[in-house]
Design a protein around this ligand. Structure first.
Ligand code: NAD
Ligand code: UDX
Length: 466
């Protein structure tokens, strides 16, 4: 079967870039991305490619090439469902904030709504592809809804988890390590798998397209994120040990990363991992394990989250301790708010939690981030519900100029590894700060010895000898 029309439900960080690349690479397929969020769709359709709702290096060029040719963004969900032979579900699956499984389980409300809408709107058989990250065995629930609430049509459910990382989404999509497709081992299941394989094979070598059963595919996605997050928590645990033993975490990471059995990636000690996926997916795995009575498995993975929370908290505590145990009324500059560089996404960013900690101590925080708006920063703080939104606006200011952000500041906390931070005129910044000027590098990207020569008191992750 050759697919000629695709619909993707959810025009977010995954749906938008993924479909843009499919449309670019498969000009013969019409790709329609739909969303209930009108503002988001308007932004995807906007003239100004600098204002796409998702900032990703290179995405503007891909969208410019395909949009209006075979890539369309719309809020008419039913029409797109009706016309498509293959429907991707790429809606959000955040951690539940209420009821059974609160704070742990994935909230599948939006996935279920999609399934019901697909069932109601469809007039012919379809392939439904889970692109969202879902708990293992969710495909069963999706199938159950489609089979029982549809118009007697036949649906094949595939799991095709997305492995792109934000900030490198376009390159990850264009040149993925692997594409994973899970489906039923039946003639219809195999036909559906092949239809999706053929789409990816337009630009991905076939030996990188892995096919498995649906359950392995769903669980592989949670497992990949759990393993990656575990590496970050492992090196962050070692960073604390380095700080008391005068070992240097960068040297330790280089030494162990050179062992080909360990590998060098994901060994950067940091203020803690963030992003919409790691915490949510591990919590989800912990919840599933517990619900099967596997308490040791659950405890094992939960420790990755505990270590991450500890890393964020100890970064904030170190700032307070170094500022003579009080930050009350002191201006502290945050360089970076996004959860990593090259994205405007702030979900679960370490900066939010470090700020919350310092605000509890009544610090005055001034934030500069090259891509994150003031509105988003306040929304992130308000979402925590720790204090009133008036207080968040009273104690936090957001500016568009890094030098202004550092003016008359007691301390700088670097929270995101944006490249531009390295090239600043650090002498100029030093001279504009209150003395002693303190700098806390939460990403270990600055030239610490040079900064020390300028006069800064520098503190970094996993380094005691600066
Ligand atoms: P997102 O919040 O950026 O986008 C989801 C979009 O779905 C939103 O725009 C929302 O309005 C829309 N939506 C929700 N319900 C809808 C409905 N019923 N009909 C139409 N639109 C609807 O989320 P995201 O970051 O793109 O993540 C989507 C999924 O992909 C999640 O399951 C996530 O775990 C997974 N994932 C994310 C990443 C990542 O880096 N962000 C990577 C891999 C996998
Ligand atoms: C992650 C997975 O990498 C990706 O495959 C999946 O599809 C979605 O979740 P993402 O959250 O976009 O991607 O970013 P990632 O590069 O994994 O970084 C996650 C967090 O870990 C960031 O806050 C990053 O700064 C931090 N990190 C990463 C470290 O602190 N040290 C490292 O060595 C690597």
């Amino acid at each position: 079967m050759k697919v000629s029309k695709i619909c993707c439900i959810g025009a977010g960080y995954v749906g938008g870039p993924t479909m843009a690349v499919i449309a670019q690479k498969c000009p013969e397929i019409t790709v329609t991305v739909v969303d209930i969020n009108q503002a988001r769709i308007d932004a995807w359709n906007g003239e100004d490619l600098d204002k796409l709702p998702v900032y990703e290096p290179g995405l503007d060029r891909v969208v410019a090439e395909a949009r209006g040719r075979n890539l369309f963004f719309s809020t008419d969900v039913n029409k797109a469902i009706k016309e498509a032979e293959m429907i991707f579900i790429s809606v959000n699956t955040p951690t539940k904030t209420y009821g059974e499984g609160k704070g742990m389980a994935a909230d599948l409300k939006w996935v279920e709504l999609c399934a019901r809408q697909i069932a109601a709107a469809s007039e012919k058989n379809k392939i439904v592809v889970e692109k969202s990250t879902l708990p293992v065995r969710t495909a069963q629930a999706v199938k159950d809804i489609l089979d029982n609430t549809g118009n007697g049509l036949k649906f094949q459910i595939l799991s095709n988890p997305e492995f792109l990382a934000e900030g490198t989404a376009v390159e990850d999509l264009l040149d993925p390590d692997r594409v994973l497709i899970g489906g039923d081992d039946t003639p219809e299941g195999r036909e559906a798998i092949n239809a999706l394989v053929e789409i990816y094979a337009s630009w991905v070598p076939k030996d990188r397209i892995l096919t498995t059963n649906v359950w392995s595919s769903e669980l592989s996605k949670l497992t990949a994120n759990a393993f990656l997050a575990q590496r970050v928590s492992s090196i962050n645990a070692i960073s604390e040990l380095c700080e008391v033993t005068e070992a240097d975490v960068s040297e330790v990471a280089r030494a162990i990363g050179a062992d080909s059995r360990i590998g060098s990636k994901f060994l950067k000690a940091s203020v803690g991992f963030g992003g919409s996926c790691f915490q949510k997916d591990i919590l989800n795995m912990v919840y599933i394990s517990r619900s099967y009575g596997l308490h040791e498995v659950a405890d094992y993975w939960e420790q990755v989250i505990k270590m991450n929370d500890h890393q964020k908290a100890r970064f904030a505590k170190n700032i307070i301790r170094s500022l003579y145990n009080t930050v009350n009324g002191k201006k502290i500059t945050f360089l970076g708010w996004a959860f990593k560089k090259d994205t405007n996404d702030t979900r679960e960013s370490a900066a939010i939690y470090v700020a919350d900690h310092l605000l509890n101590e009544q610090a005055q925080i001034c934030v500069y981030d090259p891509k994150v708006s003031a509105e988003k920063i306040y929304a992130d703080l308000d979402y925590l519900n720790t204090r009133s939104s008036e207080d968040n606006r009273k104690y936090v200011t957001v500016v568009n100029d890094p030098y202004e952000a550092c003016l008359d500041s007691h301390a700088i906390a670097l929270l995101t590894e944006w490249d531009e931070f390295v090239s600043y005129d650090w002498s100029k910044i030093y001279n504009a700060m209150l003395q002693p000027a303190q700098l806390f590098d939460g990403r270990n990207i600055l030239p610490h010895q040079d900064l020390k020569k300028i006069g800064f008191r520098v503190s970094a992750i996993g380094k005691s000898n600066i």
